[in-house]
Design a protein around this ligand. Sequence first.
Ligand code: ASP
Length: 365
Amino acid sequence: MSILNFQLIIIIFTMLLTLGVFSQDTAISGIRHPESGIQDQVSTGAVTGIAEAPQDQGARIGRWVLVIHGGAGGPPQGSMPEEKEQQYREKLSEALSIGTAILERGGSSMEAVEAVVLFMEDCPLFNAGKGAVYNDEGVAELDASIMDGSTLMAGAVTGVTRIKNPIAAAHQVMLKTKHVLLMGEGAELFAKEQGLELVDPSYFQTPARTEQFDRMKKSQREQEMKDDRPKGTVGAVALDNMGNLAAATSTGGLMMKMKGRIGDTPIIGAGTYANNATCAVSCTGTGEYFMRNVIAYDVSALMEYRGWSLEEAANYLIHDKLKSQGGGGGLIAVDKEGNVAMPFNTNAMFRGYAKPKEGSVVEIY
Ligand code: ASP
């Protein structure tokens, strides 16, 4: 081969490379699978396919939004001791500042919602992780789920009794398996393999929950619905500077629930949903209603198929649809533009949000 021919081949090869003919990325569209090994990258960065991040990503800097909840339910305003109320407010503020620090430094929405929920799982005030409610055998059976709106990938665990932080296990299910939902012992084995901390089931118990359990054991299981104590499921939704949405929810479920009962929290579409095309949602309340009405996904569907605003969709579902069926609860949501909705139809919902220019806001009633 002459030197001239060789130079010609090099020039053609360089042109093809520039056009991206050999690039794997040009072939990728739609949902990416963790086995592709690029999951972390798509969780935090721009994405092609179903839910595209905005083209002009620079314009997003400083446009992050974080919304959290610590459960719906609770007594009417004025009946909770002031000191207790203050404790809730402080912990909600702390949770917001943890997520804010991540989003401010350009961290992803997935990183933020996981960190916030993990913090709330460790706080005994809430019904998730330590401080979770017990089933009818006196054991805390925990549920959690997380969803990445940029890839529509999701992970969840249900009925776990030994994983210290179920939300971390849910995230690992998303990242390391081809499944969405792992239950009980299998989920615990998997969590251990991932290096997550396992604890004795007694770790989750607190004197306040034991007292609540003992009191309710004397009456019927249905009493739970009438119990006016804060239930305390936790959740977070976020929009990051890259325009990616994420949602996470974690709970002990309902006090005195039947052993084996699964609520909406670990069910993608019922208690948790995120999609860059619309919004990110985390629900709290009597899970059976949220499951039957597929509430988290329905917020997104009303926006996508009917063109409703986030506020219209969220308010309709909580104040009309669920309320007319007797379903108590609420949800937090953020849409791709950074709009926030936090409707609830119960006496109270522990909640808060943070935005770059507005700082953080915590509300209960
Ligand atoms: N939704 C949760 C469940 O039904 C409980 C709650 O949010 O309070 O398991």
